[in-house]
Design a protein around this ligand. Structure first.
Ligand code: PNS
Length: 162
């Protein structure tokens, strides 16, 4: 049985992430969506909130498990018998960023990374732009699920009220 991990910050999960996760379910028997914290990014949602939103968004795929992870991704892979790391690539900039991590991860434990090119119509969608557009009053409806949209509105309202 082949098992893949789709790691990320998912703050919040976007339709671009869901496209990659859906395609991973067609390639691997089991897919673990692992929610980590990227220390260089300021968060909108706490890690457990991101897990909850992802579980709702992935409910249609029985082979998908969503979990938190901390520490090295390669250690998570070893502990969960993961064969391959799956990452979506939107652009050459993503490739430059991801390539070194993929090479480092392979050097550390031998775990390999498979890159899936993002659907072209979703190539500009990122969690960071969703956060920025939403926080400045823009409409992010096309880029997230309805449940995520509701939680973004709620979180921004909480922040605005103090
Ligand atoms: O969605 P992001 O922010 O690009 O996700 C990045 C993440 C969390 C997948 C990445 O930072 C990661 O793998 N962190 C785990 C720590 C780790 O293994 N670092 C060494 C990478 S070579």
């Amino acid at each position: 049985m082949s098992r893949a991990v789709c790691p990320g910050s998912f703050d919040p999960v976007t339709v671009g992430h869901l496209d990659v996760i859906a395609r991973a379910t067609e390639l691997y028997d089991g897919v673990v969506v692992a929610v980590g914290s990227n220390v260089s990014k300021s968060a909108l949602f706490a890690p457990d909130e991101r897990v909850t939103l992802l579980r709702e968004a992935c409910v249609a795929w029985p082979s998908v498990q969503v979990t938190l992870f901390s520490g090295l991704l390669v250690d998570f892979c070893a502990a969960h018998e993961i064969d391959v790391i799956v990452k979506g690539l939107r652009s050459g900039a993503d490739y430059d960023y991801e390539l070194a991590m993929a090479q480092m991860n392979r050097r550390l434990t031998g775990v390999d990374t498979a890159f899936l090119p993002t659907a072209p119509e979703l190539a500009f969608v990122s969690s960071s732009l969703v956060r920025e557009v939403a926080s400045l009053g823009g409409d992010v409806t096309p880029f997230v699920t309805p449940a995520v949209l509701t939680q973004i509105s709620r979180r921004l309202a909480e922040r605005a009220s103090g």
